[in-house]
Design a protein around this ligand. Sequence first.
Ligand SMILES: [Zn+2]
Ligand SMILES: [Zn+2]
Ligand SMILES: [Zn+2]
Ligand SMILES: [Zn+2]
Length: 198
Amino acid sequence: MSNCDFNRPCNCRDCRTVYDTIICPICSFSNVVVIERNAFYETDRKGISGYRFETPDEVLDLTCFKCGYVIKEVGYYTELYQEGCVLNILKATALEHGKVCASCKKVEGFDYFSGYGEAKLQNHNGELLCQECLGQTLMRQIPDPSNENEKYEFDKRKLSWILKKIKIECVDCGRKRWVNTENRWKTRCITCFKNMVK
Ligand SMILES: [Zn+2]
Ligand SMILES: [Zn+2]
Ligand SMILES: [Zn+2]
Ligand SMILES: [Zn+2]
């Protein structure tokens, strides 16, 4: 939803438009269509005004973008979304060429991870895996080197176990405690540190 009218939908083209996918029964292609709805300005019983959107009742046929088959009575749409269809054709081609994660089926160049971008495939023992699935696999395959004095965590970006916490003895009281590796210079426990600075 766009935020033209103080984050509430208005009757501009952006707010009225939605997209839908129509699968061809012959070639299984995902046709993307644009649906421009009608907007009605209304006030409800509580006195709150706003736009209500309605898709026209008209039922149309759609010619499949990929194979040309006429799909009967798909409902209403304003037009075929060319760019969306071209993208789906390219994605289907990438799939046919095996550019797909063997585990989660993400397609390289087309599927994304929120936060760290595009799915990138790597060969692992003859299997193509995206970075996320490769991380999961390596985490299971490489043993966790943690022991009673060191705690490791698996870093999915570096694809290895990283030392996170170590157990060190307080130089004053001798009590052992866990500290994050970046705090290894803190040679006293909190209690002894407070006593020292008093
Ligand atoms: Zn708007
Ligand atoms: Zn088709
Ligand atoms: Zn994957
Ligand atoms: Zn201490």
